[in-house]
Design a protein around this ligand. Structure first.
Ligand code: ADP
Length: 388
């Protein structure tokens, strides 16, 4: 028993260290990727369709997008990702992902979805739960190289005391269960023992990163849930994810339809300490018609806010800056300009800022240009009350 505890402790320490490293690296990476992806996108937009440089640029842009999804995985498993929890209906979420999943698994693999009836809502970050589903489905596909069927199921599950006692990481109570099952190669006990470790992979070099399931683990833990794995070599694997039912009274969020008209004439104050990211935001927003004021940190942003005569419709601020945090800055700017709405951007969450709540507007770095324009418009058009 003591030996087992020791091992668990060492494992937890290892995860903690890797997580800290990942969070630190991802902050800088996300700034760099914002610049690489943003400027590639700008250039792509300015080239005519048949231009010879287009294919090369597209390669850069696609590699940048893959890198961005890798840092997202790192952040999720190290739990340094900013989360915006909301009440979600897993049936709606899976249905809306279905097309994308089918494209992902290819023609030889079929996806069967059996939505549970009267499914309870869960409180979690919708983007993260998407990541969980995508990771599980990709693994299921890889386990069936000659094709087959992936079964996705949802259902309500009441875990009782006895069950929780047998499964130390589960809490008794009402949960929603998400099952992803395949009839693939299955796993040996050895693989099962290391499954959730970061960088553990049995896939050939270049195919697996070993971050998929450690990400899933981080996300599910963060949502207060647990994971169960059943697998048999040669027969297949079944992952069951349990997420606690959301308390009543939560607001259900439907996926937000993309904003179509993302132009405007309002005044935006940009506070961002990375010069290249700041310049990118300026170029993009000015091209969309906005008037842009630029500040390299909180102090400068405050000075600008004080001396600016007209209204400042939006403060676009990095969450993590040298002199003061984005949240502090927002508070001070709104003393001077109560009309100002706030949109936070960040590459990762500092301690205490992991959860900014559904009411605050947030954009994850690296953002796409359309993502930036769309989010800015969305925040400017939202009713004022919800964004304090
Ligand atoms: P990666 O997919 O990059 O290898 P993961 O953390 O997602 O990283 O998975 C780790 C390992 O777990 C995989 O390499 C594979 O050996 C095993 N695994 C995960 N899901 C399945 C599955 N559905 N069937 C068989 N093995 C699996």
């Amino acid at each position: 028993e003591r030996k087992r505890m020791e091992e668990q402790f060492l494992q937890a320490q290892k995860m903690e260290a890797v997580g800290r490293l990942a969070g630190g690296v991802a902050h800088d990476f996300n700034n760099l990727l914002t610049v690489i992806n943003g400027y590639s996108e700008l250039l792509l937009g300015s080239l005519p369709p048949g231009a010879p440089a287009r294919a090369d640029l597209e390669e850069i842009f696609n590699a940048g997008k893959r890198a961005a999804s890798l840092t997202r995985q790192l952040l999720a498993f190290s739990r340094k990702q900013v989360t915006q929890p909301a009440s979600i209906d897993l049936n709606v979420l899976v249905s809306s992902l279905r097309k994308m999943l089918e494209r992902l698994v290819g023609e030889d693999v079929k996806i069967a979805f059996a939505p549970g009836a009267d499914l309870d809502l869960v409180m979690a970050d919708p983007g993260q739960i998407e990541q969980v589903i995508v990771n599980l489905v990709v693994n299921a596909r890889d386990a069936m190289p000659r094709g087959g069927k992936i079964a996705i199921e949802t259902g309500n599950a009441l875990l009782d005391e006895a069950y929780a006692a047998l499964h130390p990481d589960m809490n008794p109570g009402a949960h929603v269960r998400l099952t992803v099952a395949d009839a693939g190669v299955g796993m040996t006990d050895e693989v099962k023992a290391h499954l959730f470790e970061p960088f553990f992979t049995t896939k050939e070099k270049g195919k697996g990163t070993g971050l998929g399931l450690s990400t899933v683990h981080g996300i599910v833990k963060h949502a207060g849930g647990a994971i169960e794995v059943e697998s048999e070599v040669g027969r297949g694997t079944r992952f069951r994810i349990y997420i606690p039912r959301a308390g009543s009274g939560g607001q259900v969020v439907a996926p937000v339809p993309p904003v179509r008209n993302s132009k405007g004439t309002e005044t935006i104050l940009v506070a961002e300490d990375q010069e290249t990211v700041r310049r990118l935001a300026k170029v993009v927003l000015e091209a969309a018609g906005y008037r842009v004021l630029m500040a390299a940190d909180g102090t400068e942003a405050l000075r600008l806010a004080e001396s600016h005569e007209g209204p400042i419709h939006l403060l676009l601020t990095d969450m993590v800056m040298r002199s003061m945090s984005g949240a502090e800055l927002a508070k001070l700017v709104r003393r001077e300009h109560p009309e100002t709405r706030v949109l936070f951007i960040s590459g990762y969450a500092e301690r205490g800022l992991e959860e900014i709540g559904a009411a605050a507007a947030f954009l994850q770095k690296p953002f796409t240009l359309e993502g930036l324009r769309g989010k800015v418009r969305e925040v400017l058009d939202a009713p004022m009350g919800g964004l304090s």
